[in-house]
Each structure stands twice: as structure tokens, then as C-alpha cells.
Design a protein around this ligand. Structure first.
Ligand SMILES: [Zn+2]
Length: 287
């Protein structure tokens, strides 16, 4: 199966009230952990790539994602995460990505609309889905509590106009999560999310999924979240696995496949938990 756009994947999830888990991937070990568990649990899954990978890893990541999609039975999307520019979105689309996120969330509203619409106009004729962000999801570490600042939260009143003016397929919302490792427990504004969901004609996306308590994620999915983004928890699993290996092996030249074994096991545990949390297991059946 070729890589699929997120539009259909997320619309099905929205209709059936589950979320599709989306993981930022950096190398073969990340991709293996995600797709092998996706196949095991028959879950659709989204492989995301962050902009910093573009200068080095991009062609390899695209090839690995394509190979994964051909080898397993569940739908897989390859998605550009947090692109700051039209040019990067275009490069991803031209390289074979099936969806992109254009992040104009720090721009004034009109500029966010303009930038997002430009990406949509390039992507849509090619069958590529576009996610945009309205409001702004901050960083947990850089400024503790930034995610709690309601000044950045998505205003439900802006949502219908933004979707109509841009033509996006999915919308990332700011409702109290943050990127990175939380320094204190987030408190999601579920009422706001429900209000956004009532007026949104497209599926909604929750960024900063790592470390958000399960009960709050479940409530968010029940109130309209159709895509859950995860990165930091995979990074923690990778590093914990490497530390475990280093503590238990003294060889100077171990087989590299052994070095990553524990990391892959721990990353797979994260992926399994997130698929269960999202309720996406068994939803990746081919029609
Ligand atoms: Zn994000």
C-alpha cells in the first residue's frame, strides 16, 4: 500500500470517535518501533518528520516510510510536522510526503491564513492533506507553564472562518498542552475543545501529547481530537534503552543491532500504550 493522506484517515477517526496516533520519527529504529506495533495492533498510524531532519535524513526517511507502507497492511501516512514555510512544505510534497503541517501559529491571523492557503493551493491538486494551527501550542521546558497561557488558546469564534479561508484538512488547537517534557501537569480546557469541535468542519489535532495524563487525553478524544502527536516519550524511551545497554555491556565494539534492542522494546511499549489510549487498535483494516 502506498502512503495515504491524513484527510480520510482522520475523517474516519472523527466519525468513529477515536484518534490516530502520530509519532515524530528520526531514524530506522523509530520507524520500526512504530510500524511493527501498528501492524501488530492493526492500527492506522502517522509517521511525522520534523523540519530539522531535512538537511540530513530526508531522502532516507522517505524511502524507509515507503518501504514500511509497502510491507505492512495498515494505512500509514508520512507527514511533515511544524513546517515554518511554504518552501519546506513544497519540498516535502515533492519528495513524496502524503501530508504536511504548515505552522503559522505565531503569525498574526491574516498572515497565518495567507501562508496556510498558499500551502493548501499547492498540496490539494496533488492529493496531499494539510494541517494548520490556530492559537499557539508552546514549549513546556522553555517557559514552564506557557501551555497554560490562555492568551495563546484557540478561539472557537475564529475556527469556521479560518477553515473556510484556508481550505485546510485538519486543525491543530491550543487548549492547554505544550511541547516537550512537562514541568507540571497540564490542565486541558475541554469545554473550549468541545466548543471548537461543534463549529469545526475538519478533524482536530492535539500537539504535546507526550506526558499529558491519559484521562485528559481520553476526554479530549471524546470531545473531538482525531490525531494525537507524540515525540518526547519516544525520545525518553530511546535514551533509557541506551542507558540500560551501556550499564550492562562492557564490550568496546558491540553489534549495533544489540545496542538498540532495548530502546526499540521500550519505544514499542510507548507506541502500544498510545494506540490503546487513542482507541485506534483494529481500525486499520483494509476495506
Ligand atoms: Zn507539535
Amino acid at each position: 500500500m502506498s502512503l495515504v493522506p491524513i484527510k480520510d484517515m482522520l475523517e474516519k477517526a472523527r466519525a468513529e470517535k477515536y484518534a490516530v496516533p502520530a509519532f515524530d520519527v528520526c531514524n530506522l529504529e523509530f520507524i520500526r518501533a512504530v510500524v511493527e506495533v501498528a501492524e501488530e495492533k492493526l492500527s492506522p498510524v502517522i509517521l511525522m518528520v520534523l523540519p530539522h531532519e531535512f538537511d540530513t535524513n530526508l531522502p532516507y526517511l522517505v524511502s524507509m516510510a515507503r518501504t514500511a507502507a509497502e510491507q505492512i497492511s495498515v494505512p500509514i501516512a508520512l507527514h511533515l510536522d511544524h513546517s515554518p514555510s511554504f518552501e519546506l512544505c513544497k519540498a516535502a510534497i515533492d519528495a513524496g510526503f502524503s501530508s504536511v503541517m504548515i505552522d503559522g501559529s505565531t503569525l498574526p491571523y491574516e498572515e497565518n491564513v495567507k501562508l496556510t492557503r498558499k500551502v493548501v493551493e499547492y498540496a490539494k491538486p496533488k492529493g496531499v492533506s494539510v494541517e494548520a494551527e490556530l492559537g499557539h501550542v508552546g514549549k513546556a521546558e522553555a517557559n514552564a507553564g506557557e501551555g497554560e497561557d490562555e492568551g495563546y488558546f484557540t478561539d472557537p469564534e475564529d475556527v469556521p472562518r479560518f477553515i473556510e479561508e484556508t481550505g485546510v484538512d485538519a486543525l491543530a488547537v491550543a487548549i492547554g498542552t505544550a511541547h516537550g517534557i512537562y514541568t507540571r501537569e497540564p490542565k486541558l480546557d475541554i469545554q473550549r475543545l468541545a466548543a471548537i469541535n461543534r463549529v469545526s468542519s475538519v478533524p482536530l489535532v492535539l500537539h504535546g501529547g507526550s506526558g499529558t495524563p491519559d484521562d485528559q487525553v481520553k476526554e479530549a478524544i471524546a470531545n473531538g481530537i482525531s490525531k494525537l502527536n507524540i515525540f518526547s516519550e519516544l525520545c525518553v524511551a530511546l535514551v533509557d534503552g541506551l542507558k540500560d545497554f551501556m550499564a550492562n555491556n562492557q564490550q568496546r565494539a558491540p553489534l549495533p543491532s544489540h545496542v538498540f534492542e532495548k530502546s526499540i522494546t521500550l519505544m514499542k511499549d510507548v507506541v502500544r500504550c498510545k494506540i490503546d489510549l487513542c482507541g485506534s487498535a483494529g481500525k486499520g483494516h483494509r476495506a
